[in-house]
Design a protein around this ligand. Structure first.
Ligand SMILES: CC(C)(COP(=O)(O)OP(=O)(O)OC[C@H]1O[C@@H](n2cnc3c(N)ncnc32)[C@H](O)[C@@H]1OP(=O)(O)O)[C@@H](O)C(=O)NCCC(=O)NCCS
Length: 184
C-alpha cells in the first residue's frame, strides 16, 4: 500500500500498536462518533478489535485505508481516510474520514482527502464521492474544499446496527481526463 505525503502529513497503512492512539484520538470521542456509522468505543478492546480487522483486511489486499499522522510524528495516528464502498464495476469510490478533535479546523482533513482523491484517480477510479449528515456542515466544507460538488440528497441508516434513517447530502468529484495522474 502506498504511503502518501502532503505538506504536513503522512498517510500510511495502519499497523500493530495503533489502537491506543486511535482510541485516544477518535474512537472514544462521542463528538466524532455522532456523525459516523459506528458507536463511540467505551473500551480500548473495541478499538483493538477494529485494528485487528483493519490489519486482516490489509493482509487480504485492501489497500485503500490510511492512518493520518503529522510528518514529525509517524507513530501517532490522528485520523483516517478510507474507501468505504465501491460501485459501478470499481469505477466509483465512496470515501469516509475522521480527525481527532484537537486537530479540527487546521485544514488537515482537507489536505489528506485531496491526496487520497488524487491517489484514487491514479488507481483508475473515475468518480470519488462522499456523504455527510445534514447537520454536519464541517464535513461538507471539507468536500467542497477538495473540489467535490453537492449532487443530491439520500437516506441511509444512521448507525450500522439500527434502522433509524437519516438524511445525507452526497458530494462527488469526477476525474479530469485531461489531467495526468501519475502511475506509481
Ligand atoms: C469533519 C471533520 C473530519 C473535519 O476535519 P477538519 O480537519 O477539521 O477539516 P478541515 O480543517 O480540513 O476543514 C474544516 C472546515 O469546516 C469548517 N467548519 C467547521 N465547523 C463548521 C460548522 N459548524 N459550520 C460550517 N463550517 C464549519 C471549518 O471552518 C473549515 O473550513 P474553512 O477552512 O473554510 O474555514 C472533523 O470535524 C471530524 O472528524 N468530525 C467527526 C467525524 C465526521 O464528521 N466525519 C465525516 C463523516 S461524513
Amino acid at each position: 500500500m502506498s504511503v502518501l505525503l502532503t505538506e504536513r502529513l503522512r498517510l500510511r497503512p495502519f499497523r500493530d500498536g495503533d489502537a491506543e492512539a486511535m482510541f485516544r484520538n477518535w474512537t472514544n470521542d462521542e463528538e466524532v462518533a455522532r456523525f459516523c456509522r459506528w458507536y463511540r468505543h467505551k473500551e480500548l478492546k473495541s478499538t483493538k478489535w477494529l485494528l485487528d480487522l483493519y490489519l486482516r483486511e490489509a493482509a487480504e489486499g485492501f489497500d485503500h485505508r490510511w492512518g493520518i499522522t503529522l510528518l514529525e510524528n509517524d507513530d501517532e495516528v490522528i485520523g483516517s481516510v478510507e474507501v468505504v464502498g465501491v460501485k459501478n464495476h470499481d469505477q466509483n469510490a465512496e470515501i469516509g474520514y475522521v480527525m481527532a478533535r484537537r486537530y479540527w479546523n487546521k485544514g488537515y482533513t482537507t489536505e489528506a482527502v485531496k491526496a487520497v482523491i488524487e491517489e484514487l484517480f491514479r488507481c483508475g477510479y473515475t468518480v470519488v464521492c462522499g456523504r455527510r449528515h445534514t447537520d454536519n456542515p464541517a464535513s461538507g466544507r471539507v468536500m467542497e474544499k477538495c473540489g467535490m460538488h453537492f449532487t443530491g440528497m439520500d437516506r441511509e441508516v444512521r448507525k450500522y446496527t439500527e434502522y433509524d434513517m437519516c438524511d445525507v447530502m452526497v458530494y462527488e468529484i469526477v476525474r479530469d481526463d485531461n489531467k495526468m495522474y501519475q502511475q506509481e
